[in-house]
Design a protein around this ligand. Structure first.
Ligand code: ADP
Ligand code: SF4
Length: 685
């Protein structure tokens, strides 16, 4: 197939200062916590996107000087010449496919507590550092400012030697000292770098000009700038100072890379920004103030939306971080007229969560993400079948779908049996919750792909018992039968069953609600899971007009979503809806229609809550009866594996990954439970 001509515009080259991007697909800098600790993995991770057709591939926040470190995160590092070869790996991998390589020079200032160096962070004025660290940043002297300028120049020169085509000056996400100078809340200086906006922009102007002077003949200079902080008058606003800053610096950079700040707004999840191009209201003005090309993001996965951005003069280059993570081959698929093969980002921010936890990147939709070098996995290619075996996958949730798809891609004869009338497993239910419809993409992509394959048979409405499986006499069986929510209260807080739950018909689990149970008016949600379900059910049930109290032993509502950058937004939304949030409380016991809860740190502080229904979200138990029964006859199978939630309940990302890994390892001779990874081992010479 070939490209639809209406998308030709996306494949036009774009001049960026002294370099030319081969097309308009631009992977903006994004963290992956591979970085300087895992340079081979970093190079492979970026290289595969160049192979997939992205015209520009950037790295991530790159520490420019030892006085700033992003520890414990492994982002980029270009402190001195010894770091250059690492970057060379990345730029070579990107250049191999004709793409441009960009580096995001970064000085984190008060955003980084410098956990490695222990040096007091630098800031415009004396202010506390970001996060919960009991540390302060110190006000920069004029000498510090001169140093910072020189560090940028030196790092830019090293970046050029490393082969980068685009060098960033970074003022975004509230993570850069240059941006901190813009902000009155941090910049209380009385000298020429503080006070008026022109003064607060002086440092950015100087660094842009310095870097341009140093490497601007060979490299394009990009300015990454957050036009709006979405904090109203308490922050920088696109309509006011954001606009003025663009006007002040308009023609200095070769490229404007614009977004909104902080990271939670820029990488907003689908739950809070469901529409593609959600940053347009804050960034569309930029092109009217500069003749230089503009790149911006907005979780773009649709080629039509991208074309619209270009044609309407909003952007010149389509920026993407998450869409390039979910599908490194997105541009190629558009080019080849294979739109339905695009694996669209679902906006869940599992990728972000990994970085928040200082762990290497992963992705719900793309299980090969971060595994390109470590396990040699390619997002579009997989080892051919080692035999002409037939396989049976039982269960069509995320794990079963991915396992079946990859086994089919390998060329095996795949039979997929699903008890329900539709595929998707938990996706079918969870994607019905408020703001979560994009999660259906996990199912839809795989269901469509499986439907295209001649070597796949799907049997819906087929709940298989052990004897059915044995009768089929298929030697290779993958059991992906999922998990169910516990009714006994066992979870993080409680290792033993909670009194009064057994046989209590006022107690509902998520499974009951998904199956259509209609709860009464007064709802008590007990969330000991801490991810999205508790908050999402509170939102739904309150939205339907019920009174909702959400109790959680965690110190925050939906506490794990701190990592997906959703927690504060969930808290605000629930309060706006009128949900009562009770944190740091556990469920002590339940009677008919009432529960006793207690403070988790001071159990004598108790309270009684009346309810019509208690929604219990604690932990899940694998639905592994089928697997256990088959395992008793293991000798009759060449392969018998449980995968996904049936193996160990977890995130959708974990289930997809497990299904993928099972298919990769099948007939590979590798021990699936102890794979040998490629490891980055520091040389001790
Ligand atoms: P995972 O996240 O591990 O994929 P899910 O719970 O989302 O797990 O999906 C499990 C799927 O398996 C569900 O669609 C369920 O209907 C199906 N299933 C469970 N037991 C059986 C069975 N015995 N035979 C066929 N399908 C089953
Ligand atoms: Fe998109 Fe989720 Fe993958 Fe991140 S983890 S790229 S948000 S699908």
């Amino acid at each position: 197939m070939s490209r639809d001509p209406k998308y030709d515009i996306l494949f036009e080259p774009v001049e960026i200062g002294p370099v030319t991007a081969p097309n308009r697909f631009y992977q903006v800098p994004h963290c992956n916590t591979l970085g300087h600790g895992r340079p081979r993995a970093e190079a492979a991770n970026r290289g595969v996107k160049a192979e997939g057709g992205w015209g520009v591939i950037c790295n991530q926040e790159t520490e420019i000087h030892p006085t700033f470190d992003a520890s414990p995160h492994f982002e980029g590092r270009i402190w001195d010449d010894r770091d250059v070869p690492q970057h060379r790996l990345m730029t070579d991998a990107v250049h191999e496919y004709g793409a441009l390589a960009g580096i995001e020079l970064c000085y984190g200032g008060l955003h980084a507590p410098n956990l490695y160096s222990r040096i007091a962070p630098l800031a415009p004025s004396h202010v506390v550092v970001h996060g919960d660290y009991p540390l302060q940043a110190r006000a920069m002297t004029k000498r510090d400012i001169a140093d910072l300028r020189r560090w940028h120049v030196d790092a830019a020169k090293r970046a050029r030697v490393a082969g980068y085509d685009i060098v960033y000056v970074y003022a975004g996400h509230d993570m850069s000292v240059i941006q901190h100078f813009f902000k009155r809340q941090y910049n209380r200086r009385g000298d020429e770098y503080g006070g008026s906006l022109e003064n607060r922009v002086r440092l950015a102007r100087e660094i842009l000009l310095d870097v341009k002077d140093a490497v601007g003949h060979d490299c394009a200079i990009a300015f990454r700038f957050a036009t709006d902080e979405l904090r109203g008058p308490d922050g920088l606003q696109a309509a006011e100072e954001g606009r003025e800053i663009v006007a002040l610096l308009a023609e200095i950079p070769d490229l404007w890379d614009v977004n909104v700040s902080g990271w939670d707004n820029d990488s907003a999840t689908a739950r809070f920004e469901p529409v593609e191009g959600y940053q347009e209201p804050f960034t569309a003005f930029v092109k009217s103030l500069t003749s230089k090309p503009v790149v911006g993001v907005g979780r773009f996965t649709s080629a039509d939306a991208m074309v619209s951005q270009i044609k309407r003069g909003v952007l010149d280059l389509i920026g993407a971080a998450r869409p390039s993570i979910a599908d490194p081959f997105l541009p190629r698929k558009i080019d080849e007229g294979r739109l339905e093969d695009i694996r669209e980002c679902i906006g869940c921010n599992i990728c972000v969560a990994q970085d928040m936890m200082a762990a290497p990147i992963r992705c719900t939709q793309n299980p090969t993400q971060g595994e390109e070098w470590k396990q040699g996995w390619h997002p579009e290619r997989i080892e051919s079948a080692a035999s002409d075996a037939a396989v049976l996958v039982v269960g069509g949730g995320p794990a079963g779908l991915e396992c079946a798809l990859q086994l089919a891609n390998r060329g095996y004869r795949v039979n997929l049996a699903e008890a329900g009338d539709a595929l998707g497993g938990r996706i079918a239910f969870e994607s019905e919750l408020p703001g979560m419809s994009s999660y259906a993409r996990v199912r839809d992509y795989r269901e469509y792909q499986l439907g295209q394959k001649a070597n796949v048979e799907i049997y819906l409405g087929n709940r298989l018992e052990a004897r059915d499986v044995l009768e089929l006499e298929i030697p290779h069986v993958f059991v992906a039968t999922g998990a169910h929510w516990r009714r006994d209260g066992i979870g993080r807080q409680h290792a033993f069953a909670i009194d009064g739950l057994e046989g209590n018909d006022r107690v509902l689990t998520p499974d009951d609600l998904f199956a259509g149970a209609v709860p009464g008016q007064r709802i008590l949600i007990y969330d000991d899971d801490h991810y999205y379900l508790g908050g999402a059910f509170a939102e739904r049930l309150r939205g339907e007009g019920r009174e909702v109290v959400l109790v959680t032993p965690a110190p925050l509502v939906s506490s794990w979503t701190v990592n997906t950058l959703e927690q504060e937004k969930i808290h605000a939304r629930l309060l706006d809806l009128g949900v009562e949030i009770v944190t740091a409380h556990e469920l002590l016991g339940v009677e008919t229609g009432a529960a006793t809860i207690a403070d988790v740190f001071a159990s004598s502080h108790r309270r009684r809550c009346e309810f019509d229904h208690l929604v219990l979200i604690t932990s899940r138990a694998p639905k592994d009866e089928l697997f256990t029964a088959l395992d008793a006859e293991a000798g009759r199978f060449a392969t018998l594996r449980s995968i996904g939630d049936c193996h160990a309940p977890g995130t959708i990302a974990a289930a997809v990954y497990d299904g993928h890994a099972a298919a990769r390892h099948f007939e590979s001779g590798e021990d699936v439970y102890a794979p040998l990874y490629n490891r980055e081992i520091p040389a001790l010479d």
